[in-house]
Design a binder for this molecule. Structure first.
Ligand code: ADP
Length: 518
Protein backbone atom coordinates (compact mmCIF):
# COMPACT_ATOMS: atom_id res chain seq x y z
CA UNK A 1 0.00 0.00 0.00
CA UNK A 2 2.77 2.36 0.96
CA UNK A 3 5.13 1.13 -1.72
CA UNK A 4 7.08 3.89 -3.39
CA UNK A 5 5.39 6.73 -1.50
CA UNK A 6 7.65 8.82 0.74
CA UNK A 7 6.66 8.39 4.38
CA UNK A 8 6.06 12.11 4.84
CA UNK A 9 3.32 12.12 2.22
CA UNK A 10 1.43 9.27 3.81
CA UNK A 11 -1.43 9.84 6.26
CA UNK A 12 -0.09 9.61 9.80
CA UNK A 13 -1.69 8.21 12.95
CA UNK A 14 -2.77 10.73 15.58
CA UNK A 15 -1.23 10.68 19.04
CA UNK A 16 -3.72 9.09 21.41
CA UNK A 17 -2.87 10.01 24.99
CA UNK A 18 -6.11 8.88 26.46
CA UNK A 19 -9.04 7.02 24.92
CA UNK A 20 -12.13 9.17 25.39
CA UNK A 21 -14.95 6.66 25.07
CA UNK A 22 -14.81 3.58 27.25
CA UNK A 23 -18.36 3.26 28.59
CA UNK A 24 -21.55 1.51 27.58
CA UNK A 25 -23.60 3.57 25.10
CA UNK A 26 -27.37 3.43 25.67
CA UNK A 27 -29.98 6.06 24.77
CA UNK A 28 -27.24 8.41 23.52
CA UNK A 29 -25.70 8.43 27.00
CA UNK A 30 -22.61 6.85 28.52
CA UNK A 31 -23.21 4.33 31.31
CA UNK A 32 -21.03 2.45 33.75
CA UNK A 33 -21.77 -1.27 33.97
CA UNK A 34 -24.45 -2.40 36.41
CA UNK A 35 -22.05 -4.98 37.85
CA UNK A 36 -19.35 -2.32 38.31
CA UNK A 37 -16.94 -4.46 36.30
CA UNK A 38 -14.54 -3.27 33.62
CA UNK A 39 -12.17 -5.15 31.35
CA UNK A 40 -8.83 -4.14 29.84
CA UNK A 41 -8.08 -3.86 26.14
CA UNK A 42 -4.50 -4.37 24.94
CA UNK A 43 -2.28 -3.23 22.10
CA UNK A 44 -1.18 -6.50 20.43
CA UNK A 45 1.94 -4.82 19.02
CA UNK A 46 3.38 -4.03 22.45
CA UNK A 47 1.30 -6.03 24.90
CA UNK A 48 0.58 -2.79 26.79
CA UNK A 49 -2.87 -2.10 28.21
CA UNK A 50 -4.58 0.70 26.30
CA UNK A 51 -7.40 1.33 28.77
CA UNK A 52 -10.22 -0.28 30.75
CA UNK A 53 -13.70 -0.51 29.26
CA UNK A 54 -17.01 -0.89 31.09
CA UNK A 55 -18.11 -4.52 30.87
CA UNK A 56 -21.71 -5.00 29.77
CA UNK A 57 -23.49 -8.13 30.98
CA UNK A 58 -27.06 -9.41 30.77
CA UNK A 59 -28.57 -6.53 32.80
CA UNK A 60 -26.85 -3.92 30.66
CA UNK A 61 -28.04 -5.71 27.51
CA UNK A 62 -31.58 -5.65 28.93
CA UNK A 63 -31.27 -1.91 29.46
CA UNK A 64 -30.00 -1.43 25.91
CA UNK A 65 -32.83 -3.56 24.48
CA UNK A 66 -35.42 -1.52 26.38
CA UNK A 67 -33.96 1.67 24.92
CA UNK A 68 -33.89 0.17 21.42
CA UNK A 69 -37.47 -1.07 21.76
CA UNK A 70 -38.75 2.31 22.92
CA UNK A 71 -36.95 3.98 20.02
CA UNK A 72 -38.56 1.74 17.42
CA UNK A 73 -42.14 1.89 18.71
CA UNK A 74 -44.77 3.32 16.43
CA UNK A 75 -45.02 7.05 17.08
CA UNK A 76 -41.37 7.35 18.19
CA UNK A 77 -39.26 10.08 16.54
CA UNK A 78 -37.32 7.40 14.63
CA UNK A 79 -40.42 5.65 13.30
CA UNK A 80 -42.05 8.97 12.37
CA UNK A 81 -38.94 10.25 10.64
CA UNK A 82 -39.10 10.49 6.84
CA UNK A 83 -37.10 7.76 5.16
CA UNK A 84 -35.09 10.41 3.33
CA UNK A 85 -34.16 11.96 6.69
CA UNK A 86 -32.91 8.57 7.88
CA UNK A 87 -30.67 8.59 4.81
CA UNK A 88 -29.44 12.09 5.68
CA UNK A 89 -28.52 10.96 9.19
CA UNK A 90 -26.51 8.07 7.80
CA UNK A 91 -24.69 10.50 5.49
CA UNK A 92 -24.11 12.81 8.45
CA UNK A 93 -22.49 9.94 10.36
CA UNK A 94 -20.32 9.16 7.32
CA UNK A 95 -19.23 12.83 7.21
CA UNK A 96 -18.21 12.69 10.87
CA UNK A 97 -16.27 9.49 10.25
CA UNK A 98 -14.42 11.25 7.44
CA UNK A 99 -13.64 14.11 9.83
CA UNK A 100 -12.33 11.66 12.47
CA UNK A 101 -10.78 9.28 10.01
CA UNK A 102 -7.20 9.46 11.30
CA UNK A 103 -8.33 9.02 14.89
CA UNK A 104 -10.57 6.07 14.01
CA UNK A 105 -7.79 4.44 11.98
CA UNK A 106 -5.35 4.96 14.86
CA UNK A 107 -7.72 3.44 17.40
CA UNK A 108 -8.37 0.50 15.09
CA UNK A 109 -4.64 -0.09 14.69
CA UNK A 110 -3.93 0.25 18.41
CA UNK A 111 -6.64 -2.25 19.28
CA UNK A 112 -6.12 -4.82 16.51
CA UNK A 113 -2.45 -4.47 15.52
CA UNK A 114 -3.38 -4.12 11.85
CA UNK A 115 -1.14 -1.77 9.85
CA UNK A 116 -2.26 1.86 10.04
CA UNK A 117 -2.61 2.39 6.29
CA UNK A 118 -4.79 -0.68 6.06
CA UNK A 119 -7.04 0.76 8.78
CA UNK A 120 -6.95 4.21 7.19
CA UNK A 121 -7.64 3.19 3.61
CA UNK A 122 -9.34 -0.19 3.57
CA UNK A 123 -11.30 -0.41 6.81
CA UNK A 124 -12.30 3.26 6.92
CA UNK A 125 -13.07 3.43 3.19
CA UNK A 126 -15.16 0.28 3.37
CA UNK A 127 -17.00 1.51 6.47
CA UNK A 128 -17.77 4.97 5.09
CA UNK A 129 -18.81 3.62 1.70
CA UNK A 130 -21.11 1.08 3.34
CA UNK A 131 -22.82 3.86 5.29
CA UNK A 132 -23.24 6.03 2.21
CA UNK A 133 -24.50 3.12 0.14
CA UNK A 134 -27.26 2.33 2.66
CA UNK A 135 -27.95 6.05 3.20
CA UNK A 136 -28.96 6.06 -0.45
CA UNK A 137 -31.27 3.09 -0.02
CA UNK A 138 -33.27 4.54 2.90
CA UNK A 139 -36.02 6.09 0.74
CA UNK A 140 -35.94 3.44 -1.98
CA UNK A 141 -37.10 0.47 0.04
CA UNK A 142 -40.57 -0.38 -1.17
CA UNK A 143 -42.96 -3.19 -1.92
CA UNK A 144 -44.94 -4.25 -4.98
CA UNK A 145 -48.49 -4.31 -6.20
CA UNK A 146 -49.54 -7.84 -7.13
CA UNK A 147 -51.89 -9.14 -9.82
CA UNK A 148 -53.89 -11.45 -7.51
CA UNK A 149 -56.80 -13.66 -8.59
CA UNK A 150 -60.46 -12.58 -8.39
CA UNK A 151 -61.63 -9.21 -7.13
CA UNK A 152 -58.88 -8.35 -4.74
CA UNK A 153 -56.10 -5.88 -4.72
CA UNK A 154 -52.85 -6.75 -2.99
CA UNK A 155 -49.74 -4.76 -2.26
CA UNK A 156 -46.69 -5.43 -0.12
CA UNK A 157 -44.90 -3.08 2.25
CA UNK A 158 -41.42 -3.49 3.67
CA UNK A 159 -41.35 -2.72 7.37
CA UNK A 160 -38.49 -2.74 9.87
CA UNK A 161 -37.96 -6.02 11.72
CA UNK A 162 -37.64 -4.12 15.03
CA UNK A 163 -34.73 -4.41 17.45
CA UNK A 164 -31.67 -5.93 15.76
CA UNK A 165 -28.77 -7.41 17.72
CA UNK A 166 -25.30 -7.51 16.19
CA UNK A 167 -22.29 -9.45 17.43
CA UNK A 168 -19.01 -8.29 15.95
CA UNK A 169 -15.62 -10.07 15.58
CA UNK A 170 -12.17 -8.63 16.33
CA UNK A 171 -10.57 -8.92 12.90
CA UNK A 172 -12.50 -6.07 11.21
CA UNK A 173 -14.16 -4.31 14.14
CA UNK A 174 -15.31 -1.15 12.40
CA UNK A 175 -16.13 -2.66 9.03
CA UNK A 176 -18.25 -5.51 10.44
CA UNK A 177 -20.03 -2.99 12.68
CA UNK A 178 -20.99 -0.96 9.60
CA UNK A 179 -21.96 -4.00 7.52
CA UNK A 180 -24.61 -4.68 10.16
CA UNK A 181 -25.63 -1.28 11.45
CA UNK A 182 -25.93 0.54 8.12
CA UNK A 183 -28.56 -1.72 6.46
CA UNK A 184 -30.40 -2.11 9.79
CA UNK A 185 -30.80 1.65 10.19
CA UNK A 186 -31.51 2.22 6.51
CA UNK A 187 -34.54 -0.08 6.88
CA UNK A 188 -35.70 1.79 10.02
CA UNK A 189 -34.66 -0.71 12.71
CA UNK A 190 -32.91 0.06 15.98
CA UNK A 191 -29.77 -1.80 17.07
CA UNK A 192 -27.94 -3.25 20.05
CA UNK A 193 -24.35 -3.95 19.05
CA UNK A 194 -21.71 -5.91 20.90
CA UNK A 195 -18.15 -5.33 19.72
CA UNK A 196 -15.60 -8.09 20.32
CA UNK A 197 -13.99 -7.97 23.76
CA UNK A 198 -10.53 -7.65 22.19
CA UNK A 199 -11.43 -4.60 20.09
CA UNK A 200 -14.15 -2.32 21.51
CA UNK A 201 -12.57 1.10 20.88
CA UNK A 202 -13.70 2.17 17.42
CA UNK A 203 -17.26 1.01 18.11
CA UNK A 204 -17.37 3.24 21.17
CA UNK A 205 -16.07 6.24 19.24
CA UNK A 206 -18.88 5.63 16.76
CA UNK A 207 -21.29 5.93 19.71
CA UNK A 208 -20.11 9.51 20.22
CA UNK A 209 -20.55 10.22 16.51
CA UNK A 210 -24.06 8.72 16.51
CA UNK A 211 -25.06 11.26 19.14
CA UNK A 212 -23.30 14.11 17.39
CA UNK A 213 -24.92 13.21 14.06
CA UNK A 214 -28.35 13.64 15.69
CA UNK A 215 -29.77 10.12 15.76
CA UNK A 216 -32.66 9.95 18.27
CA UNK A 217 -31.76 8.29 21.61
CA UNK A 218 -32.02 4.51 21.66
CA UNK A 219 -31.62 4.00 17.91
CA UNK A 220 -28.04 2.75 18.34
CA UNK A 221 -26.86 1.13 21.57
CA UNK A 222 -23.38 -0.31 22.08
CA UNK A 223 -22.61 -2.90 24.75
CA UNK A 224 -18.93 -3.82 25.03
CA UNK A 225 -18.50 -7.15 26.80
CA UNK A 226 -17.71 -10.83 26.51
CA UNK A 227 -19.28 -13.47 24.29
CA UNK A 228 -20.67 -15.96 26.82
CA UNK A 229 -22.25 -13.12 28.83
CA UNK A 230 -23.24 -10.04 26.79
CA UNK A 231 -23.15 -11.90 23.45
CA UNK A 232 -25.19 -14.85 24.69
CA UNK A 233 -27.75 -12.44 26.23
CA UNK A 234 -28.30 -10.88 22.82
CA UNK A 235 -28.65 -14.27 21.12
CA UNK A 236 -31.23 -15.54 23.61
CA UNK A 237 -33.04 -12.26 24.32
CA UNK A 238 -36.82 -12.51 24.16
CA UNK A 239 -37.21 -8.93 22.95
CA UNK A 240 -34.62 -8.88 20.16
CA UNK A 241 -36.16 -9.59 16.76
CA UNK A 242 -33.09 -10.40 14.73
CA UNK A 243 -29.43 -11.12 15.34
CA UNK A 244 -26.55 -10.78 12.90
CA UNK A 245 -23.30 -12.50 13.78
CA UNK A 246 -19.84 -12.70 12.26
CA UNK A 247 -17.37 -15.07 13.85
CA UNK A 248 -16.53 -18.71 14.28
CA UNK A 249 -18.73 -21.57 13.13
CA UNK A 250 -18.97 -23.00 16.65
CA UNK A 251 -20.36 -19.78 18.05
CA UNK A 252 -22.60 -19.34 15.00
CA UNK A 253 -24.17 -22.68 15.85
CA UNK A 254 -24.72 -21.54 19.44
CA UNK A 255 -26.37 -18.33 18.24
CA UNK A 256 -28.78 -20.23 16.04
CA UNK A 257 -29.56 -22.64 18.86
CA UNK A 258 -30.16 -19.74 21.27
CA UNK A 259 -32.55 -18.18 18.78
CA UNK A 260 -34.44 -21.45 18.38
CA UNK A 261 -34.71 -21.89 22.13
CA UNK A 262 -35.80 -18.31 22.83
CA UNK A 263 -38.06 -16.37 20.48
CA UNK A 264 -37.03 -17.68 17.04
CA UNK A 265 -35.44 -14.36 16.22
CA UNK A 266 -34.19 -14.09 12.67
CA UNK A 267 -30.52 -15.06 12.39
CA UNK A 268 -27.91 -14.17 9.82
CA UNK A 269 -24.50 -15.75 10.16
CA UNK A 270 -21.22 -14.97 8.46
CA UNK A 271 -18.87 -17.75 9.53
CA UNK A 272 -15.61 -19.18 8.36
CA UNK A 273 -14.41 -20.74 5.18
CA UNK A 274 -11.66 -22.92 3.85
CA UNK A 275 -11.42 -20.90 0.73
CA UNK A 276 -9.96 -22.38 -2.47
CA UNK A 277 -8.08 -20.54 -5.22
CA UNK A 278 -7.57 -22.30 -8.56
CA UNK A 279 -4.62 -21.03 -10.55
CA UNK A 280 -4.49 -22.22 -14.17
CA UNK A 281 -1.32 -22.30 -16.26
CA UNK A 282 -2.73 -19.71 -18.67
CA UNK A 283 -3.08 -17.04 -15.97
CA UNK A 284 -1.20 -13.79 -15.53
CA UNK A 285 1.26 -15.48 -13.19
CA UNK A 286 2.56 -12.47 -11.30
CA UNK A 287 -0.98 -11.24 -10.70
CA UNK A 288 -2.02 -14.67 -9.42
CA UNK A 289 1.02 -14.87 -7.13
CA UNK A 290 0.37 -11.44 -5.63
CA UNK A 291 -3.37 -11.78 -5.25
CA UNK A 292 -3.31 -15.26 -3.71
CA UNK A 293 -0.59 -14.22 -1.29
CA UNK A 294 -2.53 -11.14 -0.34
CA UNK A 295 -5.51 -13.43 0.11
CA UNK A 296 -3.57 -15.68 2.47
CA UNK A 297 -1.62 -13.21 4.61
CA UNK A 298 -3.68 -10.00 4.47
CA UNK A 299 -4.61 -8.78 7.97
CA UNK A 300 -2.04 -11.29 9.30
CA UNK A 301 -4.18 -14.04 7.80
CA UNK A 302 -7.01 -13.20 10.20
CA UNK A 303 -9.80 -13.14 7.62
CA UNK A 304 -12.81 -15.35 7.09
CA UNK A 305 -12.01 -14.89 3.40
CA UNK A 306 -8.40 -16.08 3.79
CA UNK A 307 -7.08 -18.00 0.77
CA UNK A 308 -6.51 -21.24 2.66
CA UNK A 309 -6.10 -23.68 -0.20
CA UNK A 310 -4.22 -22.56 -3.26
CA UNK A 311 -4.42 -25.11 -6.10
CA UNK A 312 -1.87 -24.46 -8.84
CA UNK A 313 -1.72 -26.27 -12.19
CA UNK A 314 1.22 -28.62 -12.22
CA UNK A 315 3.10 -27.05 -15.14
CA UNK A 316 3.51 -23.69 -13.34
CA UNK A 317 3.67 -25.03 -9.78
CA UNK A 318 7.39 -24.59 -9.16
CA UNK A 319 7.54 -21.15 -10.70
CA UNK A 320 4.46 -20.13 -8.70
CA UNK A 321 6.09 -21.23 -5.44
CA UNK A 322 9.36 -19.50 -6.35
CA UNK A 323 7.61 -16.23 -7.12
CA UNK A 324 5.46 -16.50 -4.00
CA UNK A 325 8.65 -16.63 -1.92
CA UNK A 326 10.06 -13.58 -3.72
CA UNK A 327 6.85 -11.66 -3.14
CA UNK A 328 6.71 -12.63 0.53
CA UNK A 329 10.19 -11.15 1.02
CA UNK A 330 8.76 -7.70 0.25
CA UNK A 331 6.30 -7.80 3.15
CA UNK A 332 7.34 -5.20 5.74
CA UNK A 333 6.97 -6.48 9.30
CA UNK A 334 6.97 -3.75 11.91
CA UNK A 335 5.19 -1.33 14.19
CA UNK A 336 1.61 -1.17 12.92
CA UNK A 337 1.53 2.58 13.57
CA UNK A 338 4.38 3.11 11.11
CA UNK A 339 2.77 3.82 7.73
CA UNK A 340 5.48 1.77 5.97
CA UNK A 341 4.47 -1.43 7.82
CA UNK A 342 2.44 -3.98 5.91
CA UNK A 343 2.42 -6.83 8.43
CA UNK A 344 1.58 -6.56 12.15
CA UNK A 345 1.14 -8.91 15.11
CA UNK A 346 -1.58 -11.51 15.64
CA UNK A 347 -4.44 -10.38 17.85
CA UNK A 348 -3.65 -12.33 21.03
CA UNK A 349 -1.33 -14.80 22.71
CA UNK A 350 -3.99 -17.48 22.41
CA UNK A 351 -4.22 -17.06 18.64
CA UNK A 352 -0.44 -16.80 18.31
CA UNK A 353 0.11 -20.08 20.18
CA UNK A 354 -2.45 -21.94 18.09
CA UNK A 355 -0.89 -20.77 14.84
CA UNK A 356 2.67 -21.56 15.95
CA UNK A 357 1.60 -25.01 17.11
CA UNK A 358 0.11 -25.72 13.75
CA UNK A 359 3.10 -24.41 11.85
CA UNK A 360 5.29 -26.71 13.96
CA UNK A 361 3.08 -29.69 13.29
CA UNK A 362 3.19 -28.85 9.57
CA UNK A 363 6.98 -28.98 9.67
CA UNK A 364 6.99 -32.24 11.64
CA UNK A 365 4.63 -33.93 9.26
CA UNK A 366 6.92 -33.14 6.38
CA UNK A 367 5.24 -30.35 4.47
CA UNK A 368 7.94 -28.31 2.73
CA UNK A 369 8.44 -25.04 4.57
CA UNK A 370 9.40 -22.67 1.76
CA UNK A 371 9.43 -19.43 3.68
CA UNK A 372 8.94 -18.04 7.18
CA UNK A 373 7.52 -20.37 9.78
CA UNK A 374 8.87 -18.59 12.85
CA UNK A 375 7.90 -16.02 15.39
CA UNK A 376 9.49 -12.60 14.99
CA UNK A 377 11.43 -11.49 18.05
CA UNK A 378 11.04 -12.65 21.61
CA UNK A 379 7.74 -12.53 23.44
CA UNK A 380 5.92 -10.73 20.65
CA UNK A 381 2.77 -11.72 18.76
CA UNK A 382 4.41 -11.39 15.34
CA UNK A 383 4.58 -14.39 13.00
CA UNK A 384 6.50 -14.35 9.73
CA UNK A 385 4.47 -14.76 6.58
CA UNK A 386 4.80 -18.49 5.97
CA UNK A 387 4.64 -20.62 2.84
CA UNK A 388 4.22 -24.40 2.73
CA UNK A 389 4.41 -26.39 -0.48
CA UNK A 390 4.89 -30.02 -1.42
CA UNK A 391 1.85 -31.22 0.40
CA UNK A 392 1.86 -35.00 0.23
CA UNK A 393 -0.87 -37.59 0.56
CA UNK A 394 0.14 -39.02 3.89
CA UNK A 395 0.36 -35.69 5.71
CA UNK A 396 -2.29 -35.06 8.26
CA UNK A 397 -1.95 -32.43 10.91
CA UNK A 398 -5.31 -31.78 12.43
CA UNK A 399 -8.89 -32.28 11.61
CA UNK A 400 -11.88 -30.04 11.64
CA UNK A 401 -12.83 -27.26 13.91
CA UNK A 402 -11.67 -23.79 14.31
CA UNK A 403 -7.96 -23.14 14.44
CA UNK A 404 -7.05 -26.75 13.90
CA UNK A 405 -5.13 -25.32 11.09
CA UNK A 406 -4.40 -27.06 7.94
CA UNK A 407 -5.17 -30.67 7.77
CA UNK A 408 -2.98 -31.84 4.92
CA UNK A 409 -5.31 -34.38 3.46
CA UNK A 410 -4.41 -36.38 0.42
CA UNK A 411 -5.72 -33.77 -1.92
CA UNK A 412 -6.18 -30.49 -0.08
CA UNK A 413 -9.86 -31.22 0.40
CA UNK A 414 -11.85 -30.12 3.43
CA UNK A 415 -9.39 -29.01 6.02
CA UNK A 416 -11.59 -27.45 8.62
CA UNK A 417 -11.68 -23.72 9.20
CA UNK A 418 -9.16 -21.25 7.93
CA UNK A 419 -5.84 -20.99 9.72
CA UNK A 420 -6.39 -17.43 10.88
CA UNK A 421 -2.67 -16.89 10.63
CA UNK A 422 -0.31 -15.71 7.85
CA UNK A 423 0.20 -19.12 6.30
CA UNK A 424 -0.03 -20.02 2.63
CA UNK A 425 -0.55 -23.69 1.66
CA UNK A 426 0.09 -24.46 -1.99
CA UNK A 427 -1.18 -27.66 -3.63
CA UNK A 428 -0.81 -28.79 -7.22
CA UNK A 429 -3.40 -30.18 -9.62
CA UNK A 430 -3.42 -31.70 -13.09
CA UNK A 431 -6.93 -31.34 -14.52
CA UNK A 432 -9.67 -28.70 -14.31
CA UNK A 433 -12.34 -31.14 -13.14
CA UNK A 434 -10.04 -32.46 -10.44
CA UNK A 435 -9.38 -28.91 -9.19
CA UNK A 436 -13.09 -28.14 -9.05
CA UNK A 437 -13.88 -31.33 -7.13
CA UNK A 438 -11.12 -30.73 -4.62
CA UNK A 439 -12.11 -27.09 -4.20
CA UNK A 440 -15.73 -28.07 -3.52
CA UNK A 441 -14.78 -30.90 -1.19
CA UNK A 442 -15.44 -28.84 1.91
CA UNK A 443 -18.30 -28.27 4.28
CA UNK A 444 -17.66 -24.55 3.90
CA UNK A 445 -18.46 -22.33 0.94
CA UNK A 446 -17.61 -18.72 1.61
CA UNK A 447 -15.36 -17.45 -1.20
CA UNK A 448 -13.19 -18.83 -3.98
CA UNK A 449 -10.97 -17.44 -6.71
CA UNK A 450 -10.01 -18.44 -10.23
CA UNK A 451 -6.96 -17.21 -12.10
CA UNK A 452 -7.01 -17.66 -15.87
CA UNK A 453 -6.97 -15.52 -18.99
CA UNK A 454 -9.66 -17.68 -20.60
CA UNK A 455 -13.07 -16.10 -20.03
CA UNK A 456 -14.71 -19.34 -21.04
CA UNK A 457 -12.80 -21.25 -18.35
CA UNK A 458 -13.40 -18.52 -15.78
CA UNK A 459 -17.16 -18.71 -16.31
CA UNK A 460 -17.28 -22.50 -16.45
CA UNK A 461 -15.29 -22.92 -13.26
CA UNK A 462 -17.09 -20.12 -11.40
CA UNK A 463 -20.41 -21.80 -12.22
CA UNK A 464 -19.13 -25.04 -10.69
CA UNK A 465 -17.71 -23.57 -7.46
CA UNK A 466 -19.98 -23.87 -4.42
CA UNK A 467 -19.22 -20.55 -2.74
CA UNK A 468 -21.14 -17.33 -2.12
CA UNK A 469 -18.45 -15.29 -3.86
CA UNK A 470 -16.17 -16.17 -6.77
CA UNK A 471 -13.34 -13.77 -7.59
CA UNK A 472 -11.85 -13.98 -11.05
CA UNK A 473 -8.30 -12.68 -11.39
CA UNK A 474 -8.60 -10.82 -8.10
CA UNK A 475 -8.97 -11.45 -4.38
CA UNK A 476 -10.73 -9.76 -1.47
CA UNK A 477 -12.54 -7.52 -3.94
CA UNK A 478 -15.39 -6.50 -1.65
CA UNK A 479 -17.83 -3.69 -2.43
CA UNK A 480 -20.79 -2.20 -0.62
CA UNK A 481 -22.94 -2.98 -3.67
CA UNK A 482 -22.04 -6.68 -3.82
CA UNK A 483 -23.72 -9.26 -1.59
CA UNK A 484 -21.42 -11.24 0.67
CA UNK A 485 -22.16 -14.50 2.47
CA UNK A 486 -21.62 -18.20 2.37
CA UNK A 487 -22.94 -21.47 1.02
CA UNK A 488 -23.07 -24.54 3.28
CA UNK A 489 -21.62 -24.08 6.78
CA UNK A 490 -20.12 -20.70 5.96
CA UNK A 491 -23.34 -19.09 7.04
CA UNK A 492 -26.87 -17.98 6.35
CA UNK A 493 -28.07 -14.86 4.60
CA UNK A 494 -26.20 -12.09 2.85
CA UNK A 495 -24.61 -8.86 3.99
CA UNK A 496 -24.06 -5.83 1.74
CA UNK A 497 -25.82 -4.92 -1.47
CA UNK A 498 -29.54 -4.76 -2.01
CA UNK A 499 -29.79 -8.36 -0.81
CA UNK A 500 -28.97 -7.35 2.78
CA UNK A 501 -32.07 -5.15 2.92
CA UNK A 502 -34.21 -8.28 2.88
CA UNK A 503 -32.49 -9.46 6.05
CA UNK A 504 -33.54 -6.30 7.87
CA UNK A 505 -37.15 -5.99 6.60
CA UNK A 506 -40.41 -7.72 7.22
CA UNK A 507 -42.73 -8.00 4.23
CA UNK A 508 -46.34 -7.17 4.94
CA UNK A 509 -48.97 -8.17 2.37
CA UNK A 510 -52.12 -6.03 2.42
CA UNK A 511 -55.09 -7.53 0.57
CA UNK A 512 -58.21 -5.47 -0.14
CA UNK A 513 -61.54 -6.93 -1.23
CA UNK A 514 -63.00 -4.99 -4.14
CA UNK A 515 -66.61 -4.92 -5.21
CA UNK A 516 -65.63 -5.95 -8.72
CA UNK A 517 -62.53 -7.06 -10.59
CA UNK A 518 -60.52 -4.07 -11.75
P1 ADP B 1 -13.04 -15.65 17.73
O1 ADP B 1 -12.85 -17.02 18.24
O2 ADP B 1 -12.35 -15.36 16.47
O3 ADP B 1 -12.87 -14.60 18.79
P2 ADP B 1 -15.79 -15.81 18.14
O4 ADP B 1 -16.78 -16.45 17.26
O5 ADP B 1 -15.49 -16.48 19.44
O6 ADP B 1 -14.52 -15.61 17.28
O7 ADP B 1 -16.18 -14.32 18.47
C1 ADP B 1 -16.89 -13.47 17.60
C2 ADP B 1 -17.85 -12.63 18.43
O8 ADP B 1 -18.76 -13.53 19.06
C3 ADP B 1 -17.21 -11.82 19.56
O9 ADP B 1 -17.92 -10.60 19.69
C4 ADP B 1 -17.45 -12.70 20.78
O10 ADP B 1 -17.49 -11.96 21.99
C5 ADP B 1 -18.80 -13.27 20.46
N1 ADP B 1 -19.12 -14.52 21.17
C6 ADP B 1 -18.26 -15.46 21.64
N2 ADP B 1 -18.93 -16.43 22.29
C7 ADP B 1 -20.24 -16.12 22.23
C8 ADP B 1 -21.45 -16.74 22.71
N3 ADP B 1 -21.42 -17.86 23.38
N4 ADP B 1 -22.63 -16.12 22.43
C9 ADP B 1 -22.66 -14.97 21.74
N5 ADP B 1 -21.57 -14.34 21.28
C10 ADP B 1 -20.37 -14.89 21.51
Amino acid sequence: MAEGIPALLLPQPVKVHEVRHTKIFINNEWHTSISGRTFPTFNPATGAKICDVEEADKEDVDKAVQAARAAEQRGSPWRRMDASSRGRLLHQLADLMERDRRLLATLETLDTGKPFLQSFFIDLDGSIKTLRYYAGWADKIHGKSLPVDESFMCFTKHEPVGVCGAIIPWNFPLLMFMWKMAPALSCGNTVVIKPAEQTPLTALHIGALIKEAGFPPGVVNIVPGFGPTAGASIASHMDIDKVAFTGSTEIGQLIKEASAKSNLKRVTLELGGKNPCIVFADCDLQLAVEETQKGAVYNQGQCCTAASRIFVEESIYEEFVRRSIETAKKIVIGDPLDPQTSHGPQISRQQFDKIMDLIESGKEEGARLEYGGSAVGEKTLYIQPTIFSGVKDHMRIAKEEVYNLFQFTTDGSDTGMEIFGPVQCIFSFKRQQEAIERANNSKYGLVSAVFTTSMDRALTVSAALETGTVWINCYNALHAQTPFGGYKMSGNGRELGEYALAEYSEVKAVTIKLSETL
